[in-house]
Design a protein around this ligand. Sequence first.
Ligand code: 13P
Length: 250
Amino acid sequence: MRTPIIAGNWKMNKTPAEAKALVAELKPLVADAKATVVVCVPAVDIYAVKEEIAGSNIHLGAQNVHFKESGAYTGELSAAMLKEAGVEYVIIGHSERRQYFGETDATVNLRTLAAVKAGLIPIICVGERKEEREAGYTNALVEYQTLIALNGLTDDEIKNLVIAYEPVWAIGTGLTATDEQANETIGVIRAAICRKYGKEVADAVRIQYGGSMNPKNVKGLMAQPEIDGGLIGGASLKAPDFSLVVNFDK
Ligand code: 13P
């Protein structure tokens, strides 16, 4: 009953001209997709991509948002700015931001609150590092990351957002979690939401898998009952590859 959602995270790739060309190529390839299709683009590409996807089924996403409404935060973008620029979705708490830019669970929560308040749909990233999985902390960690991120939201706000389970060791490495590993950990996240917010909320929230997802492994992952979609890095940078992931059910 949950509509699958396949989102590309372009990370720091594509100039505005390259971005326009990529979505122009992508549009016809995903026009019949049953899944919700999102591209999360660098901020400078927003304008070009918004123009190019107008009237198509591709939705526009950003890769980060600041938690204050305005003020002296040089280099940052507010949720209202993104919203007015035509953005619908925003990735929050990606592991690269946690690793390189000091993102914490507390700031993930603040960004999530700001995004929801402005009418953006957060794609909240959680996931364990290799040593955390090996030490047996995966379940406790993803539960903690998820519940802190959602703190202060209403049930309806939670139902509408997206969570991406991205094991850090699977990002950009070619190593994918097995279908069963991904399904199990996403099940743990959903169970934690169920305990705190109830079954109706847990059944509604869409939880993606991310980490070296590609045309070859997408079918197996998407066949798992807990997995509602994917957050795709490398394989979202080429229209034919991304379209094969989007059209996993064809
Ligand atoms: P890759 O698909 O390149 O492993 O990246 C995953 C990711 O980080 C998506 O946010």
